[in-house]
Design a protein around this ligand. Structure first.
Ligand SMILES: C[S@@+](CC[C@H](N)C(=O)[O-])C[C@H]1O[C@@H](n2cnc3c(N)ncnc32)[C@H](O)[C@@H]1O
Length: 358
C-alpha cells in the first residue's frame, strides 16, 4: 500500500506507487466524503482533443481523485501523476484509484515543488489544477476550515509542513494587515470593522468563535443574507495561511514549462482573484508577453508560446450547478503549448507578474 517516504521536496513527502486492481466505482471512494468533480466532462474533452505524445497527465490537485478517475476511465491512452499537498487527500485518492494499478502514481508535493514532485517526468501531455479546497477538507470538522463546526482554527491543507495555523496567524498579524487581506478578498467597507473585532477578541481558538465574532460585528441588516457573513473572512484566512496566491503564481509557469509541445494546461478556479491571475498568465503566453501598443504594432520581438482553448473558458451549465452547488463559481481555462522554447516568455512573466498583484 503506502510505500516508504520518498521526499522529493525535502518536506517529509510520502510517495504512493502501484496498486492492485479493486473496485473504484463509487463517487466517494471509501472515504465517506461525497465529491463530484467540477466541469469534469469539459476537462476530459479538452485532453481528448489534444492527445500529446507522452500520454502522461499531471493532476496537480488530485484531492479525492475525482477528476483523475474520470480521466482514467475515459482516456485509455493516459497515465496519471497525482500530486497533492494534503496527506489525508492522498490516502483517499490512493483508495479510490488503486484499481488502475501502474496507470497512477501519487506523490506528496505543492505547486511550488511541482517539477520535483513529478520527476523524472519532464515533458507531459497535460497538467490539471482544480484550485481551492476539497469537500473532504471542508467537511472534516478536525481540519478547522468551516464555521459549521466548533473546532480549532487550523485551515492548513498540509498539516505535515509545520506552517502557521489560522489561530497563529491571527495572533501575529496587525489590524492593518488583516484589513488589507479582507479588502483583497472583496469584503469591502466591513474589512476594518471585522479586523478590529477579531484582534480585540483574541485570544480565541475555534472556528465557531471566529464565526460568531464576525457575525456580531456585522450590521444587523446584513446578518441574514443568503451567504453567512463569515464566509469571505474564512476564505481570506485560508488563502493567506496556505499562501494560495504565491503557490498559484509559481504553479502557472512551472506547469506550462512541464508540457510537451502540443500539451495542454487546464485550471479550474473558484474566485475572481485566482481566475484573474490564470487569465493574465494565459494571455501573456498567447501574446508572448508583448506590451507594445496594438496601434503601433509589436516592436519588442515577443513570440507567442501558446494558444488559449475557448477564449473565455468554460463554466458549469444549469444542470451541473444544481447537482453540485460547489461548482457554481467555477471557471475552467485551458492553454495549449505551441513552442518548444518557452524560456523567453517565462522570463517576461516573472518581469510582469509583480505588477499584477493587489
Ligand atoms: C478542489 S480540490 C481537488 C479535487 C479533485 N479535483 C477531485 O476531483 O477530487 C483541491 C485540492 O488541491 C490541493 N491543493 C490546493 N493547493 C495546493 C497546492 N498549492 N499544492 C498542492 N496541492 C494543493 C488541496 O489539498 C485539495 O486536495
Amino acid at each position: 500500500m503506502v510505500k516508504e517516504p520518498l521526499d522529493k521536496s525535502g518536506r517529509g513527502a510520502r510517495n504512493h506507487d502501484v496498486y492492485a486492481p479493486r473496485d473504484a466505482g463509487k463517487e466517494s471512494g471509501d472515504s465517506g466524503f461525497t465529491h463530484l468533480p467540477v466541469l469534469a466532462a469539459q476537462v476530459v474533452e479538452v485532453f481528448r482533443n489534444h492527445q500529446a505524445q507522452s500520454g502522461v497527465i499531471v493532476d496537480a490537485t488530485v484531492g479525492l481523485g475525482g477528476h483523475s478517475q474520470r480521466l482514467l476511465d475515459e482516456l485509455a491512452w493516459i497515465h496519471i501523476i497525482g500530486v497533492d499537498r494534503d496527506l489525508d487527500a492522498l490516502e483517499l485518492a490512493h483508495t479510490r484509484l488503486r484499481s488502475y494499478g501502474s496507470r497512477v502514481r501519487l506523490t506528496h508535493g505543492t505547486f511550488s515543488t511541482l517539477a520535483a514532485a513529478v520527476a523524472p517526468a519532464t515533458a507531459v501531455a497535460g497538467v490539471l489544477a482544480d484550485l481551492g479546497v476539497s469537500s473532504m477538507q471542508l467537511d472534516d470538522p478536525e481540519r478547522g476550515f468551516s464555521f459549521r463546526f466548533d473546532t480549532p482554527l487550523d485551515m492548513r491543507m498540509d498539516r505535515s509542513s509545520g506552517s502557521m495555523t489560522v489561530s497563529e496567524l491571527l495572533e501575529s498579524v496587525t489590524v492593518e494587515d488583516l484589513t488589507r487581506l479582507f479588502r483583497q478578498h472583496g469584503i469591502g467597507s466591513l474589512s476594518s470593522r471585522y479586523a478590529s473585532a477579531i484582534k480585540s477578541a483574541l485570544p480565541f481558538h475555534t472556528t465557531g468563535q471566529l464565526g460568531q465574532i464576525v457575525l456580531e460585528a456585522t450590521p444587523m441588516r446584513l446578518r441574514h443574507g443568503r451567504i453567512h457573513p463569515a464566509t469571505k473572512v474564512f476564505q481570506a484566512l485560508r488563502v493567506r495561511v496556505n499562501d494560495e496566491v504565491g503557490e498559484l503564481t509559481q504553479f502557472l509557469p512551472t506547469a506550462f514549462s512541464l508540457l510537451e509541445c502540443g500539451g495542454v494546461l487546464q485550471v479550474i478556479s473558484y474566485h475572481s482573484g485566482e481566475d484573474r491571475l490564470v487569465k493574465r498568465f494565459m494571455r501573456l503566453i498567447e501574446t508572448g508577453g508583448c506590451l507594445c501598443s496594438p496601434r503601433l504594432g509589436c516592436t519588442c520581438g515577443a513570440t507567442p508560446a501558446g494558444e488559449r482553448i475557448v477564449r473565455h473558458g468554460f463554466v458549469p451549465d444549469d444542470e451541473e450547478a444544481r447537482a453540485n452547488p460547489r461548482s457554481r463559481s467555477a471557471r475552467l481555462r485551458a492553454l495549449k503549448r505551441t513552442r518548444s522554447d518557452v524560456s523567453g516568455v517565462i522570463d517576461r512573466y516573472w518581469d510582469q507578474v509583480a505588477t499584477w498583484q493587489g
